[in-house]
Ligand binder design. Structure first.
Ligand SMILES: Nc1ncnc2c1ncn2[C@@H]1O[C@H](COP(=O)(O)OP(=O)(O)OP(=O)(O)O)[C@@H](O)[C@H]1O
Ligand SMILES: [Mg+2]
Length: 249
């Protein structure tokens, strides 16, 4: 589904990603861990097409198509979803209206008409029920005064509604408490299928007790320096990152 080859990217004169290789197949969950500032959020931003970062080398292929030149909206329309580590507030736009617009934009890009209101309502209802989201929450202004857990709930709701092929969840330093952690985990587990894939960025092995990853990768200084299964996450929790850095020299 996603192939990243020798990806180098950065800002202005600073190289942040220094040759990332990663392959994600349909049906898989990949966890990316790594120290602060190692480039995890940059990697997710580059995959989703954030124009603040410049790709200097390498390629990003999604569903057998090189998407390096596509803008973020085009990538989203192809099925890439990125949750934000720091979500934006949009006063006056409700959770529901935001998602309606996103879905209809997506349909428009595919040459489809707006989703009929009744169908939209049904979809919203079924996804809200699935994720145990309160109706009142859906009419609140997007992210305005949302608690950390509510932001997560909203993100997972967006993900459920958009039904992406590839979801990238950047959970880093978002201060997830146990409940928010479970919201994310339940959401991912309920939405998981053999046709989609998830990349989850996290600092804590704890999240991976609820979402079992097929692979765990360690990103250090702009490179994936180690990959393994969930056992690797336990090892990191116990030993930190220094031992990997030592292996590298
Ligand atoms: N727009 C930018 N301008 C300058 N430097 C940047 C920019 N974005 C990221 N960086 C730098 O790139 C490095 C990697 O940042 P990134 O946010 O990808 O790290 P991270 O692995 O997600 O860290 P954390 O675990 O703290 O979330 C950091 O040193 C950061 O300061
Ligand atoms: Mg980050």
């Amino acid at each position: 589904m996603l192939q990243i080859k020798n990806l180098h990217a950065g800002v202005e004169n600073k190289e942040i990603l220094k040759g990332v290789n990663l392959e994600v197949k349909a049906g898989e969950i990949h966890a990316i861990m790594g120290p602060n500032g190692s480039g995890k959020s940059t990697l997710s931003a580059v995959i989703s097409g954030n124009e603040n970062f410049e790709v200097s080398q390498g390629s990003v292929t999604f569903l057998n198509e090189d998407i390096s030149e596509l803008d973020p909206e085009e990538r989203a329309h192809k099925g890439v979803f990125l949750s934000f580590q720091y979500p934006v507030e949009i006063p006056g736009v409700s959770v529901t209206n935001f998602i309606k617009t996103a879905i209809n934009e997506n349909r428009k890009a595919k040459g489809l008409k707006d989703m009929p209101a009744s169908e939209m309502l049904k979809l919203i209802k079924s996804k809200a029920d699935l994720l145990e989201i309160d109706r009142k929450f859906l009419s609140r202004s997007l992210n305005e005064g949302f608690s950390g857990g509510e932001k997560k709930r909203n993100e997972i709701f967006q993900m459920a509604m958009l039904d992406p092929k590839l979801a990238i969840l950047d959970e880093t330093d978002s201060g997830l408490d146990i409940d928010a952690l479970k919201i994310v985990a339940n959401g991912v587990n309920k939405l998981k299928s053999k046709d989609n894939a998830v990349i989850i960025i996290t600092h804590y092995q704890r999240l991976l007790d609820y979402i079992i990853p097929d692979f765990v990768h360690v990103l250090i200084d702009g490179k994936i320096v180690k990959s393994g299964t969930k056992e690797l996450a336990y090892e990191l929790e116990e030993k930190g990152y220094d031992w990997i850095k030592e292996e590298l020299v």
